[in-house]
Design a protein around this ligand. Structure first.
Ligand SMILES: [Fe+2]
Length: 415
């Protein structure tokens, strides 16, 4: 370079290509050619931007020589994830949002007794370890009354607003699991019910978890479930998840085999992905598991727990107030949403099969160096790469084919 102005083509190219960080820059006079300058720079940037900067420098008549000393791939950040169901003991990172101690709008903010009671119940979750029975809570008359109020109002709406899967399981919950308006069911009993239906289980959680921890639990067919109850002064609304939301909204859906499969696959898809993808999966969770609509004989029905556990939200979801869009994971994943008011936008799936197919296509497009499979016998995650995937999948297929042939032979049906 003949003088300092020779830097301009490089600086201009850096400016035009955005997303470039200069980590080091220095210049000095050339030792061999006194009129020339040498410029040394270290950059962190995408490959394409780097190529643009190099070609701008090469094309400049002011720059005599360009030497690329070293190109390094950026180090990939590994995101830890649980490999065995007992590792969920480490997935307890809470988000301190909507808690009554911190949120002025929480109905329990000004009620010291409520906050103490909530803490007393939430502490059970802090002590809990995988494999233990979920400790029972002696709910007060006021807490049971809050539950009964919500339960009775929602039960009136379910026949016309809830999807058929929710209605069917809700009947089972009343017949087999003691669900009634009289008292709040115990998580341990509900967890055992779920295990029998779909293999899902509950574990107590002290509040709102990070999306990464919460979604990872689903990979193990485990649902992180709050145990405390919303404030009795506002029974129709809770700014944070509470056991009424979990038991009336989530539990019936997790007892449906297709929905349980969907929830687990969503969880498996999140293991080890980037923070950016976690955010997208959390949004997909929001618009399906929390606020999803489906079609039944041409009519809309709710399957999202956020609606199935809130009288106002459930009514709103099937009203003209809502814009309903077809579920399309790439666009749904980046849809902004509110978590402190009724949902103005919802997404509808044609069926749970349709939802599963679209989600699998989306998951296949997500960048990850490996794939995962859940082994229900060891309750652990198997990492699949090109060496192990074929063996693992082929073995499972062989067992299924053998079983099918055996059944066909027994009943003399041609295969
Ligand atoms: Fe929820």
């Amino acid at each position: 370079m003949s003088n300092i102005s020779s830097f301009l083509p490089i600086l201009s190219a850096l400016h035009q290509n955005g997303k470039i960080i200069i980590t080091h820059i220095e210049s000095r006079k050339s030792r061999t050619e006194k009129e020339q300058h040498q410029l040394f720079m270290q950059l962190v940037c995408p490959h394409r931007a780097f190529d643009n900067v190099c070609s701008a420098a090469e094309q400049s008549p002011l720059i005599r020589e360009l030497t690329v000393l070293e190109e390094k791939e950026p180090e990939k950040k590994d995101h830890w994830f649980p490999r065995h169901i007992s590792d969920l003991d480490k997935c307890t990172h809470l988000i301190t949002r909507f808690e009554p101690d911190l949120d002025y709008d929480h109905p329990g903010f000004a009620d010291k007794n409520y906050r103490l009671r909530r803490k007393e119940i939430a502490d059970i979750a802090f002590e809990y370890k995988h494999g233990q029975e979920i400790p029972r809570v002696e709910y007060t008359d006021e807490e049971n009354a809050t539950w009964g109020h919500v339960y009775s109002k929602l039960k009136e709406l379910f026949p016309t607003h809830a999807c058929k899967e929710h209605i069917q399981v809700f009947n089972f919950l009343e017949e087999e699991c003691g669900f009634s308006a009289d008292k709040i069911p115990q998580l341990e009993d509900v967890s055992n019910f779920l295990k029998r239906k779909t293999g899902f289980q509950l574990r107590p959680v002290a509040g709102l978890l990070t999306a990464r921890d919460f979604l990872a639990s689903l990979a193990f067919r485990t649902f992180q479930c709050t145990q405390y109850v919303r404030h009795g002064g506002k029974p129709d609304h809770s700014p944070e998840p509470d056991c009424i939301h979990e038991l009336l909204g989530h539990v019936p859906m997790l007892a449906d085999p297709k929905f349980a499969q969907f929830a687990q696959e969503l969880g498996l898809a999140t293991l080890g992905v980037s923070d950016e993808d976690i955010e997208k999966f959390a949004t997909l969770f929001w618009f399906t598991v929390e606020f999803g609509l489906c079609k039944e004989q041409g009519e809309l029905r709710a399957y999202g727990a956020g609606m199935l556990s809130s009288y106002g939200e459930l009514r709103n979801s099937l009203s003209d107030e809502v814009t309903v869009k077809p579920f399309d994971p790439p666009t749904t994943a980046v849809q902004e949403y509110k978590d402190d008011d009724y949902q103005p936008i919802l997404f509808v799936v044609e069926s749970f099969d349709d939802m599963m197919i679209k989600m699998r296509q989306y998951v296949a497009s997500i960048e990850r160096d490996f794939d995962v499979r859940y082994d229900p016998y060891t309750q652990s995650i198997k990492i699949l790469d090109h060496n192990t995937a074929l063996d693992c999948v082929a073995q499972g297929l062989q067992n299924d084919v053998d079983t099918l042939l055996h059944v066909m032979n027994r009943f003399n049906k041609p295969v």
